[in-house]
Design a protein around this ligand. Structure first.
Ligand code: GDP
Length: 726
């Protein structure tokens, strides 16, 4: 039977109008994993006995324990609808906000999503976070209201009350769609009557929608009666989950042919009239290959497998691809797809499918791969979260150091939101990620999957160094004294940073257009015209006039700038929010005397000395926290938040439950999981979301600086401008 399934899939791959590439998004515990399992079982991809017991997409053992789907993998399944077979590729998307980066990448590969909402809890903050990411990528939603059995069995609601709750969930999701994607609202609005909403129970394997009611005669009234009689078995037989939900997917989510026409202009900024642009727009299997990698998974036998969405062209073993972000060329050794965790190799895969490739050793999640060397890469993926928590990690047995380095390299490749750095002062390896949980999960994976015993430090936050004032003009001299750079630093307008971060402005675009946008965002005309570089939240502008040799020296000057931004003067933390202005400079006429060893340190130390004279400050990361508890526990929750330099922003009540929305520094949130559990006897449901950087209060600044300096083995003194000027 498996062989027959492979044959069917192979056939359907060539009929893009019969393909649906989709994901499932949900707040944690709302039933995404259970739903995935039962869809696969229903489509005959795994045995029904296994479904529900074995968490199918969660093939990392630790994921099963935590009940959090961390690694997206893809699975293909076949479903018959209206007498015809369809190929459905389900890309698993992680449900926890700590892994926001992975969610965004997975969204790029799908054209539609099933939004799963627990009928009892309703739409939750995380439902909104992931749905927002989907909508921004122009991905169309349908809704599955899950756990309907709980309404009747646990809450014993009346049929009227049940319907009222459904109406509210749908209205909430619609309101959200309207707020994020007003231009699509009319087309994407969820509507019970057209069947873009289904209701049911993933655990007990049944579902209904208006179209299914017409076919089976099982309506809300019948559902209610079966559940009252405790007979979900019959319901599951008469109106099976997989049929109702997959029918909805086929009916309402677009095929790659339909979707690529609309989505390519949103997710790709290149010339739509170029050959590759046209090929992607038309999902053309004969065009050049354009592939976006969404994930690297490590297979114990085949090694690294790159999984991604093929937007145009046809891939075969032996196809040579440019990995655009690495300026490398790799050969695809094998071409395949996933049927569950089993990878099946095939002779070729055409446009519109999800592919699994062995041999792309330079690709990482987010890479664009193409047969066209100068193809415009897919817009760099926007990270809504940035790495803000770090821990030091070392092998228990020092002999395992080479293995640790290898494993860390692999993990960083699988997950670009994980940063691995070497602390040169102490020789420690540091891993940085988006939250405490994100890092814990990776460490667990090192222990289990790679069998490596490691020791870690407690988590620490990564600050950002910045300034709140303007420096005087500072002179930086090269070691040979023949070159001088005159530099001023001051805060960079937030709006300028946003433009660069979100890709609305870049160094490759039309100069006039860039200048106009930057002026509007708060730079002076002179600065906007002289912009040279954006680097991780900082800009470098050149406002000098007619300086000889400056052009040919600029690349070295920018290298000095980037080095300074990677580790600032206060405590070697990264710099953020800085505008560095070159106001004058003197350069030696002989290029030999203005090489890297002269220019880079001169620029870096001038920036450092200037920062220390411009009201230096620390920024620290904040998290937004959503905590839902029974009414009477509100006091315990607000006390817990206030004890962590936190601030309660909002309190919403619904029935006898309240949701506290608060904001607190990440530094103070370590250990929150345990504390809130004991403060509320385990009754709290909570989630967090990255909420940007804010200034560290003046009274804590010195203390935090010294903590960092001590940890890094730096002198326990606040640095002075003279320290950097020879
Ligand atoms: P995920 O975190 O979204 O992947 O959620 P899971 O699929 O792991 O489900 C979370 C919990 O809810 C598990 O204990 C499931 O057994 C349970 N669950 C899932 N679907 C249903 C349902 O339809 N009814 C009930 N009563 N429980 C469900």
């Amino acid at each position: 039977r498996a062989k027959k399934m492979v044959d069917k899939i192979k056939e359907l791959m060539y009929k893009p109008e019969k393909i649906r590439n989709m994901g499932i998004v949900a707040h944690i515990d709302h039933g995404k994993t259970t739903l995935s399992d039962n869809l696969l079982a229903g489509a005959g991809m795994i045995s029904e006995e296994l479904a529900g017991r074995q968490l199918y997409l969660d093939f990392d053992s630790q994921e099963q324990e935590r009940g959090i789907t961390i690694n997206s993998a893809s699975v293909s399944m076949v479903h018959e609808y209206g007498g015809e077979d369809y190929l459905i590729n389900l890309i698993d998307t992680p449900g926890h906000v700590d892994f926001g980066g992975e969610v965004t990448r997975a969204m790029r590969a799908v054209d539609g999503v099933i939004v799963v909402v627990d009928a009892v809890e309703g739409i939750m903050p995380q439902t909104e976070t992931v749905l927002r990411q989907a909508l921004r990528e122009n991905v169309k939603p349908v809704l599955f209201v899950n756990k309907v059995d709980r309404l009747i069995r646990e809450l014993e609601v009346s049929p009227e009350e049940m319907q009222k709750r459904f109406v509210k969930v749908i209205a909430d999701v619609n309101k959200f769609i309207k707020s994020v994607k007003p231009e699509k609202y009319d087309e994407w609005k969820l509507d019970v009557t057209n069947g873009s909403v289904a209701f049911g129970s993933a655990l007990y394997n049944w579902a209904v929608s208006v179209p299914s009611m017409k076919e089976t005669g099982i309506g809300f009234k019948e559902v209610y009666e079966y559940l009252k009689a405790d007979d979900s078995k019959t319901l599951a037989k008469k109106s099976p989950l997989y049929k109702v939900v997959l029918d909805m997917v086929i009916r309402h989510l677009p095929s790659p042919i339909e979707a690529q026409k609309k989505r390519i202009p949103t997710i790709w900024k290149g010339d739509i009239n170029s050959p590759v642009g046209q090929a992607m727009l038309n999902c053309d299997p004969k065009g050049p290959v354009a592939l976006m990698i969404t994930k690297i998974v490590t297979d114990p036998h085949a090694g690294e497998i790159a999984v991604g969405r093929l937007f145009s062209g046809t891939l075969k073993p032996g196809t040579e691809l440019y990995i655009l972000d690495k300026k490398a060329k790799n050969r695809a050794q094998t071409v395949g797809l996933f049927m569950g965790p089993r990878r099946v190799e095939v002779d070729e895969i055409p446009a519109g499918n999800i592919v699994a490739l062995v041999g792309l050793k330079d690709a990482s999640a987010g890479s664009t791969c193409s047969t066209v060397e100068d193809m415009e890469p897919f817009e760099s993926i926007k990270h809504f979260s940035e790495p803000v928590v770090t821990m030091a990690i070392e092998a228990k047995n020092p002999r395992d150091l080479p293995k640790l380095i290898e494993v860390l390299r692999k993990l960083a490749k699988e997950d670009p939101t994980l940063q691995v750095t070497l602390n040169e002062e102490t020789g420690e390896h540091l891993i940085s990620g988006m939250g405490e949980l994100h890092l814990e999960v990776k460490v667990e994976r090192i222990r289990r999957d790679f069998g490596l015993e490691v020791k870690t430090s407690p988590p620490i936050v990564v600050f950002r160094e910045t300034v709140t004032g303007t420096s005087p003009v500072v002179e930086g001299k090269s070691p040979n004294k023949h070159n001088r750079f005159y530099i001023v630093v001051e805060p960079c307008p937030e709006e300028v940073i946003r433009l660069f971060k979100e890709g609305e402005v870049d160094m490759k675009m039309d100069k006039k257009e860039r200048r106009r946008k930057l002026e509007e965002a708060g730079l002076s005309g002179e600065e906007a015209a002289g912009i040279q570089e954006y680097f991780e939240g900082n800009i470098f502008v050149d406002v000098t006039k007619g300086i000889q040799y400056l052009n040919e020296t600029m690349e070295l000057i920018l290298e000095g700038f980037r080095e300074a931004m990677q580790a600032g003067p206060i405590a070697r933390e990264p710099v953020y929010g800085l505008k560095v202005k070159l106001v004058d400079c003197k350069l030696h006429e002989d290029a030999v005397h203005r090489g890297p060893a002269q220019v880079i340190p001169a620029v870096r130390s001038a920036i450092f000395a200037a920062m220390l004279q411009a009201n230096p400050a620390f920024l620290e990361p904040y998290q937004k926290v959503y905590i839902t508890v029974p009414q009477e526990m509100m006091g315990a929750v607000t006390r817990e938040i206030q004890g962590r330099r936190g601030q309660v922003l909002e309190i919403n009540s619904e029935g006898d439950m309240i949701t506290v929305v608060a904001k607190a520094p990440v530094k103070e949130m370590f250990g929150f999981a345990g504390a809130i559990r004991s403060a509320t006897s385990g009754k709290a449901i909570w989630s967090v979301e990255f909420a940007g950087f804010e200034l560290v209060p003046q009274n804590l600044f010195e203390q935090f600086v010294m903590e960092v300096r001590q940890r890094k083995g730096l002198k326990l003194e606040f640095p002075k401008p003279e320290d950097f000027l020879g």
